[in-house]
Every structure is written in structure tokens, then in C-alpha cells.
Design a protein around this ligand. Structure first.
Ligand SMILES: [Mn+2]
Length: 324
């Protein structure tokens, strides 16, 4: 029996399910877990959607997004479906134990992972977790209705960069077509998710772009509390700013290095042979070949510049560039 069939049996046999995703959910995490939640409810199941953090404001219009519970569940579930998460630590501190969650069914597409599920629906070739959710819902006989289609659309669009990243394949586009047929409206999603940006985000971008530093085929951007305060923006507004660094001519890897209270956070993007997921894994982070993230703690009294150079040296090494 394959894992998909096992998951179908587990879901058919259960009544109450916890549905979750990695902390600080992005469009794929949020869209895929909400699609699962709608699908399970369509089967008459009781569902609690939990995440350590609420849906990002720009995606709170998605059906069900406002109901994501951040209070830690205490009741017992028959099983827990975990989305877009290659490492249990990414669920965040305080994630409930098995006595609450029941067995963990992991739906994920990360390649660099520490598997932790009791049942894994893992496919590193899937362009978004929404693709894996769609397979599961199809196997369960759940029809694609409008709320499911809108959530899956969000998952697809966010993780494929509007259908352009390398994992975008026929299955992705066929699912996208099915979502539109079921009522997802591409421009409606775009207009709400991307054409309502707070001015503070653009102000922050303008400040961050001025920090550009180029080292061979590596382009670096910098972010810290001072820039955030100047722009009046929260740090999550800088999501995907590293894409601007990657998009430069002659550059293969773009990185946004954020100085936090605890150390450096690196948001990494690659467009060539350099696998930034592998680099991030060296610092206990993770992600994909083309997009990954990691952190490097700086202890009190530690050397911030040296820590930053350590990250940069790892990137230059992965790029085959001489460190200087
Ligand atoms: Mn994802």
C-alpha cells in the first residue's frame, strides 16, 4: 500500500483533524493547509487549523485564513496534517506533542529535510505543496470547489513565482487550469495579494536596495532595525527582497542578510547551479535549490562582522568564487 492510500485510509477512519504548517506561514503553507481544511470539512470531518503565527495580512482574504488558530490546541486529534515543512523545528517552539496531535501526516516538497512524519507524502519535484494536497483530495474523492480552488491557486502562484520557477510542470499548470475552472480568478487574487501593498513596504525596499553589495556572482542586501524603523515596516515585509539581488545581470545568488537581536537571518535565492538549500542546511536552515533560508546566532559580545563573513564565505564557496 503506498503512502497516499495509507493517508486516505487514515483520514476516512478519523473524525477530528489538526491541520497545520510551518511557523510564519507563506503563501504555499497557508494556501495548502487551508485547502486541506476545506477538503476535510467537505468530507464531514471536524478540523482545527493551527499555526504558531497568523496568516500574513496580505493573504488574510483567503477563505478560512482569518480562522487560523494561534492558541495551542490541547484536545486530542485523530491525526495531524502538516504542510510545507521539512523539519519539525520549523513548526516553532511549543508545537503540541503526539498525545494531542495524533500521528503526523506530512505533506511536503522540500529536498533538504529531516523527515519527522509518521506518514510522509513527500515529493521534492512538486512545485508547491498545493499539488500534493490536490492529489490527496482527489484520492479522497473531494471535488474542487471555489474555496479549495482559491487556496490551491495561492499555493501554486506563491511557490512557482507565478508559474516561472523550474519546478513548474504540466501537473502544476493542469491544476492551475482546474482551479480557474472551479472559480479561482487570477486577477482577483493578484489584485488583493499584490496590488494592495502598504507604502511602508516600498519605502523599506528603497532603503534596502541602497545597501547592495556585489562580490563576484553574489549580490548582498542588508536589513536591520534602523532601516525597519526608518521605513516604519515590520521585518516580514522584506519577504522575497532577495529576489531583487538575484535578478541582476551576472549574478547567480542573491541574499538578504537581516541583523536581528539574536544574530543574522539569511534569505537566499539562486538562479543557477548553486544550490542554496545545501548552503542553508549547513547553518541548520533549509529550503529548496533556488530559495532557502537560515540563521546564524551571534552570542552576546560576539563578533557580528565575523559571523556575517562566515555566511558570505559559505555562499562564495558554493558558488566556486574565491573568498577574499
Ligand atoms: Mn513550499
Amino acid at each position: 500500500m503506498n503512502n497516499l492510500d495509507k493517508a486516505v485510509d487514515l483520514i476516512r477512519a478519523g473524525k477530528r483533524f489538526l491541520v497545520t504548517a510551518h511557523a510564519s506561514p507563506d503563501g504555499d503553507a497557508l494556501g495548502s493547509m487551508l485547502a486541506t481544511a476545506h477538503g476535510l470539512r467537505a468530507l464531514g470531518k471536524e478540523v482545527v487549523v493551527y499555526d504558531r503565527d497568523p496568516a500574513p495580512p496580505r493573504l488574510r482574504f483567503l477563505p478560512g485564513a482569518a480562522d487560523v488558530q494561534v492558541r495551542r490546541p490541547k484536545e486530542k486529534f485523530d491525526a495531524c496534517l502538516v504542510h510545507d515543512c521539512g523539519d519539525a523545528r520549523l513548526l516553532g517552539e511549543g508545537f503540541p506533542g503526539k498525545e494531542v496531535t495524533g500521528p503526523l501526516v506530512v505533506l511536503d516538497h522540500h529536498a533538504s529535510v529531516r523527515p519527522f512524519g509518521d506518514l510522509e507524502l513527500r515529493d521534492s519535484t512538486a512545485s508547491a505543496v498545493g499539488v500534493i494536497v490536490a492529489r490527496l483530495l482527489k484520492a479522497l474523492g473531494v471535488a474542487l470547489d471555489k474555496p479549495i480552488a482559491e487556496c490551491l491557486w495561492c499555493s501554486l502562484v506563491c511557490d512557482t513565482g507565478w508559474f516561472r520557477y523550474p519546478a513548474t510542470d504540466e501537473e502544476t499548470l493542469e491544476l492551475a487550469r482546474a482551479c480557474v475552472a472551479a472559480g479561482a480568478v487570477p486577477w482577483e487574487f493578484a489584485a488583493r495579494a499584490e496590488e494592495q501593498q502598504p507604502a511602508a513596504r516600498l519605502r523599506l525596499l528603497a532603503l534596502v536596495l541602497q545597501t547592495l553589495e556585489i562580490r563576484g556572482r553574489l549580490a548582498l542586501l542588508h536589513l536591520d532595525d534602523e532601516l525597519l524603523a526608518k521605513a516604519g515596516a515590520p521585518p516580514e515585509m522584506a519577504e522575497n527582497f532577495a529576489n531583487y539581488a538575484r535578478a541582476l545581470e551576472g549574478i547567480e545568488v542573491g541574499a538578504l542578510l537581516t541583523r536581528t537581536r539574536k544574530g543574522w537571518n539569511a534569505s537566499l535565492r539562486s538562479k543557477g547551479d548553486c544550490d542554496v538549500g545545501v548552503v542553508a542546511a549547513k547553518f541548520e536552515g533549509g529550503g529548496h535549490r533556488g530559495a532557502a533560508g537560515c540563521s546564524l546566532a551571534v552570542p552576546a559580545g560576539g563578533d557580528w562582522t565575523a559571523a556575517r563573513e562566515k555566511l558570505i564565505a559559505a555562499l562564495l564557496e558554493a558558488l566556486g568564487e574565491p573568498a577574499k
